[in-house]
Each structure stands twice: as C-alpha cells, then as structure tokens.
Design a protein around this ligand. Structure first.
Ligand SMILES: *[C@@H]1O[C@H](CO)[C@@H](O)[C@H](O)[C@H]1NC(C)=O
Ligand SMILES: *[C@@H]1O[C@H](CO)[C@@H](O)[C@H](O)[C@H]1NC(C)=O
Ligand SMILES: *[C@@H]1O[C@H](CO)[C@@H](O)[C@H](O)[C@H]1NC(C)=O
Length: 533
C-alpha cells in the first residue's frame, strides 16, 4: 500500500471511525467485530435483582430477590456443573454457598430466582475509589473448581477508571447505560405500593444517587410545575408527580462532586404546569433553567462542545454534566442546554413486538452523529391498567429483563448509543454497556495495529469480577415521601401520550433464612438440587 493511502487510512481512523463496524477490508478487525462481546471459552455468570415485589403474610415484604444468571458462549454446561450464590468471592473457595443450583447438562444459558433478598445497601460517596462488591457473589463450579465468578457491584467511577481506553472517544460513540423515567423511583413499601396506580407509576427502585453509583449515566426525566407548592418543580410520570426535583439536584451534586463521571440528564418532557400560553410557558422554563444553573451550573457543559466531545475534553474543563432540554425555544437562549436526544420508543406491550421494533432500529445503517436512546422497556396500555391491575410495571420489567440483557449483549452491543431500561437491576445492562464500549475501542485499535503491522495485542477478556472489598452496609431505600395525590386522569395518561415521534429531533437488610427455595416453574434451564452441606 502506498504511503499516502496508508496515511489517509490512519488519519481516517484517528478522525473517529472508532465504531464503524464496516471495516471489512482491514484484516483482523472483522473478526473482532463479529466475535461475541464476551469471548470466554467458559461460562460467564452474573447476578440480577427481580423487579417483582409483594406483601407476604405477616406483613413482610418480598422484593429485590437475587437472581442467578449464566451464559456459556460456545461452552455448554457439562454434567455436574453447578452454580452457587455466596457471601464471599468463591473464586478460590467454592465452599459454603448460600444457595446451590445444579445446571442442566448441555445448556448454553440459564436463570434462577432465589429467595434471598438483596435489600438496599448504603453507599458512602467518600468510598468511591473503585468498583466494590455489595455482599453477594455468584460462582460457576465445575469439578470442584470455580471457573467464573461475579458479584453485585457498584461502578461509581467506571468512566474514569477506563480513561485510557475511553477518554478520547466521542461520547456518543460509547454505549451508555440509562434508566427510563429515572425520577419515577420508589422502593416497594407494602400496602401503600399495592394500588393499581402505584403499580403502573413506579419505574425504578433506586434513587438518582444510587443509580449513578451502580453505573447508570443517562437519566430520562419529566418535570412538572406546581406553583402553589413549596417544591415547585417535581419529577413526574406523566400527570403524577413522584419526587421533588430537589432530590435529583442534590443527588447529582453529591455524585458529581466526588467523581469525574460524565452524566447526561435529559429533560425529556414537561407534562404538567408548563402552560400553552407562550409567555407563561417561557417564564416557567426560565425559572427551571435558572434553578439548574444556580444549583448545577458549575458542572454543566456548554452545548457548543457538540457531539464529538470526549471525556478528555470535559475533564479538561472540569465540567461533567450534560443537560439535554426538550424545549427548543428555551434551549436556543441558553448556551448550557443540549439538543434533544432522539428516543427510540416503540410503545410496545410484549417482548416480541419490542424486539421487532428495537431490531428495526438497530438495522438502520450506522449513520448517527449524535446520541440516541433505545427505550428498552414495555409500555402498558389502558387495557393493561384496567384488566391486569395486579401486573404493573414491575411485571412488565420482569417479562422483558432477560431478553434485554441478551439482545444488547449478543446482538446490539456494537451500535447502541444509550439504552434506557426500567428497574435496571433486573438486567445486566450496566456491565454490558461498559464492556461493549471497551470492546468497540479494542476492535478499532485492532484495526490500527493491523495496519501498522504491529503484532496484535493479546485481548484477554478480564474476569467479570471485582477485586474490591465488601462494603456491606444498608440504607432503607430511596427517600420516602408520603405518596402524593393522584389525579383522575392518571389511569388514562400512563404513557399514552408522547410528544415527539422517533428521530424527529433537531435532530440488604439481611435476608430471612428461609430454607425452601422458590422454583420458577417456567424456567427449566437450571434445575434445583439439594443445598450443599
Ligand atoms: C472542579 O469543579 C468542581 C465543581 O465546581 C470544584 O469543586 C473543583 O474545585 C474543580 N476542580 C478544579 C481542579 O478546578
Ligand atoms: C425472550 O426470552 C425467552 C426466554 O429466554 C425466549 O424464549 C424468547 O425467544 C426471547 N424472545 C425474543 C424476542 O428474543
Ligand atoms: C440457614 O439455613 C441453612 C440451610 O440453608 C441452615 O443450615 C442454617 O442452620 C440456617 N441458619 C439459621 C440461623 O437459621
């Protein structure tokens, strides 16, 4: 190849073809892009938390049950394989599992819901040095040896920790894990949570601070304005206010002060109190923006930085909060507000339809030059609310959780910019997004090393295991307000309205030691065995 052509290709690569999967002519890279996200020759394990919650006889509450998950990649399970839930890292010591599950032979993946409840561990922001495990581990055991392990972990500084790999990549080319309706959070409280209204209102069970500490970096919020209240701005789910905006502001500040993580806060809709009257509307927006500037202004990134901005750019100016604002007029007069992020929201009620919708998006050519967000959650219909009053968003999240993990891990890890989910602990989306971002960079670097004939760097996939300490302490869940009033319109307003059509933008409490293990009847992949001695 001539020197000129070589130089041209290298500069193209340097210019940002970081993620394009279309690099077929560059030997070696195609293999990188077509290989699975986790190319382990042995099974990988991870823990999730069930979004389902209920009140038990005697007034106990069951929520956040720990789920065991494994996938084998190309390595199917062998006779005698088993999986354990542990209170220590089993990697060097697979004895004394809290629960033990036999894996059916010849399978490639599996899931099992335990009776062990995770609770709400306390997170101390002063301890944000590295990833840390929160009390529970999972191990995959073959012939008495733990061949892979993992834990439920905090990932408060994953961006900064991976700065060498990710620091110079345009932000929109990373895979960022997000939450849908991030402000609509509340732990399950027993009877007060057992109304139809609440079941179809609450989308998350972690507050903003904890969501960020676990690794979420994209927040999708809707704000309502209530001039007669002491807290005028609220985080809404459509017409219902759920938490004061003040909580989000405090949580963000607490997080941003002690990390260098980049957070995208998307003011996606303004469903209440932003009147049609243009002048009043503008005044209300101006008031909200002023509040944001007063409280978070020091962190806000000017929109002039644009979509090609990388983490390094933002670290250089010591500003790490990108605020996206859906009101065009307001945005046009505020240099710190970023254009809307297109949300690919399918409004789908079942897993198959959501799959079709999301895959049609993914199959579009990779022509994005800005963030875009796949809204990977099911949406209830009015009929659901009326005829399935006992289901709710927790049930819908449970219906789709395993699929969402699989889709993003096995199919769409290359192209997704942001994926926003409900009850994020029910999926493995955070680890998948981080590992996908790292692999994208690795694959594109493999391209450049191939070009310059440097021997290929051995890509050893790191064990999904944190070396960090166990910091098991607990808090009582997100701050609890007495629940706010509902309005009669709510049943009809649950996500039946949405403003923009897609792509139209401007572009622990310790678990009770119950000895019986609940068996999930529909999930035959992992069969139960007796507890270990
Ligand atoms: C970075 O910004 C934060 C928040 O404004 C401030 O507290 C801190 O001192 C700044 N650091 C530097 C090195 O300027
Ligand atoms: C969703 O997951 C279930 C259980 O693993 C599987 O049978 C089904 O095919 C998946 N659906 C889609 C659309 O991926
Ligand atoms: C907890 O359960 C295990 C069996 O799963 C049993 O051996 C142990 O004695 C129980 N501990 C308590 C405190 O009940």
């Amino acid at each position: 190849m001539s020197e000129n052509r070589y130089a041209a290709i290298v500069s193209l690569l340097l210019l940002g073809c970081v993620i394009s999967s279309a690099l077929p002519t560059l030997g070696g890279t195609e293999e990188c892009w077509t290989s699975p996200l986790y190319s382990l020759e042995r099974p990988r394990v991870f823990l999730t938390l069930s979004p389902l919650a209920k009140s038990m006889a005697g007034g106990n509450i069951q929520q956040r049950q720990i789920e065991l998950n494994w996938h084998g990649n190309r390595a199917a399970s062998e006779p005698g394989d088993w999986i354990g839930l542990y209170e220590h890292d089993p990697i060097n010591n697979p004895t004394l599992p809290l629960r033990q599950i036999t894996v059916a032979t010849g399978r490639n993946n599996g899931y099992y819901k335990t009776d062990v409840q995770f609770g709400f561990p306390t997170v101390d922001r002063q301890l944000f040095a590295e990833d840390s495990c929160l009390g529970y581990w999972i191990g995959y055991i073959r012939n008495g040896v733990t061949i892979s392990s993992n834990c439920i972990k905090l990932r408060p500084t994953w961006m900064w920790q991976n700065r060498e790999m990710l620091g110079s990549v345009p932000l929109y080319q990373l895979f960022l894990p997000g939450t849908h309706n991030s402000g609509s959070y509340r732990p399950y409280n027993g009877h007060s949570s057992d109304t139809v209204f609440m079941r179809y209102l609450i989308c998350q069970d972690e507050d903003i601070f904890h969501s960020l500490a676990y690794g979420i970096r994209y927040l999708d919020v809707r704000v309502g304005y209530y001039p007669e209240r002491e807290d005028k701005f609220w985080l809404n789910h459509n017409y219902a206010r759920v938490n004061p905006l003040r909580f989000l502001i405090e949580d963000l500040k607490n997080f941003l002060e002690v990390t260098r993580e980049i957070v995208i806060l998307d003011f996606h809709r303004f469903p209440v109190g932003f009147s049609q009257n243009t002048q009043r509307n503008r005044e209300t927006h101006a008031q909200l923006v002023q509040l944001l500037l007063d409280k978070l202004g020091d962190f806000m990134v000017p929109s002039s930085f644009g979509p090609m901005t990388s983490m390094n750019d933002l670290w250089a100016i010591n500003r790490t909060l990108i605020i996206v604002y859906a009101d065009d007029w307001t945005r046009s007069s505020h240099p710190f507000l970023w254009p809307s992020i297109p949300q690919e929201w399918g409004d789908k009620r079942n897993v198959d339809d959501l799959y079709k919708y999301l895959s049609s998006i993914d199959h579009k050519p990779y022509d994005h030059d800005y963030f875009w967000a796949a809204m990977a959650e099911l949406t209830p219909s009015t009929m659901d609310v009326l005829f399935r009053p006992n289901d709710g968003l927790r049930k819908l999240a449970d219906n789709v959780a395993r699929n969402v993990t699989t889709w993003y891990r096995d199919l769409w890890w290359k192209t997704t910019s942001i994926a926003a989910v409900d009850f994020f602990h029910s999926t493995d989306i955070i680890d998948v997004a981080i590992d996908a971002s790292l692999k994208r960079v690795r694959c594109s670097r493999a391209a450049s090393t191939t070009l310059s004939s440097v021997p290929t760097i051995q890509q050893t996939v790191a064990e999904e295991r944190s070396t960090a300490t166990d910091r098991r302490r607990f808090y009582l869940g997100p701050r609890n307000l007495d629940f706010v009033e509902s309005t009669s319109e709510t049943t009809h307003s649950l996500d039946t309205t949405i403003s923009l059509s897609p792509r139209m933008t401007v572009r622990r409490r310790r678990p009770k030691n119950t000895t019986t293990i609940a068996i999930e009847p529909n999930l035959p992949v992992i069969t139960t065995s007796t507890n270990s001695n």
